[in-house]
Design a protein around this ligand. Structure first.
Ligand code: CA
Ligand code: CA
Ligand code: CA
Length: 208
């Protein structure tokens, strides 16, 4: 009769939690810890576990650091960009981390919410707009609407507009919240055949 004693590692790793959740800023530094301590039950019996991200919708933005088997963490590979994430993800990456030994593997979900930071300035679709206005157009007539866009989700619909120059006598005014540019003083062609206005779009962090 030969009785073999089962080796420690012949057991299967088991995660006590089914899911980890973490919130990080999009400007996170490369190698920064996102989830500090992924735990396996009785980790001391699993010195030889290896870890891997087996499902990943982040295009490889993260990795598992298990150099210290007692302190397994998920880290960012590089700074993230909330503003180019597919909108269907709504800021959330979902990974599956799998721990494996010779015998078997087991997995845990890791959800990472990426917080938007105001790291983009508003831009107008064009550098220059040409608008014609008839002489003697009445005060209040809307000449055009200027709409800038901003890649930051937190700035959606929160742009403000200002005239930065080109109206020495305030001949035009712009509606701060809508970008509607309107006549303030009916123009006189003989006096001023054209105006060159510069318009500023400002986001909620005062980026222009
Ligand atoms: Ca960004
Ligand atoms: Ca952003
Ligand atoms: Ca912005």
């Amino acid at each position: 009769l030969i009785i073999r004693l089962s080796a420690r590692n012949s057991r299967c790793p088991n995660f006590p939690f089914s899911e980890y959740y973490s919130t990080v800023k999009e400007s996170i530094a490369p190698d920064a810890v996102v989830v500090p301590n992924i735990q396996v039950e009785d980790a001391k019996n699993f010195e030889k576990l290896s870890y891997k991200i087996t499902e990943d919708n982040s295009q490889g933005n993260f990795y598992v650091d298990y150099r210290n088997p007692r302190r397994v963490s998920v880290r960012a590979r590089k700074a993230l960009d909330r503003d180019t994430m597919p909108s269907i993800l709504q800021g959330m990456y979902t990974l599956t981390v799998t721990a494996r030994n010779e015998r078997c593997a087991s997995s845990v979900n890791v959800k990472i919410m990426v917080e938007d930071e105001n790291d983009n300035a508003p831009v107008f679709p064009k550098q220059e707009y040409v608008v014609e206005v008839k002489e003697n157009t009445l005060k209040g007539h809307v000449v055009t609407q200027l709409v800038a866009s901003d890649k930051d989700e937190l700035d959606q619909g929160r742009m403000r507009y200002f005239i930065a120059g080109g109206t020495p006598n305030r001949e035009f005014q712009i509606e701060e919240n809508t970008g509607d540019l309107s006549v303030e003083v009916p123009p006189d062609r003989e006096e001023n055949p054209s105006f060159m206005l510069s318009i500023l779009a400002v986001d909620s962090a005062n980026n222009t």
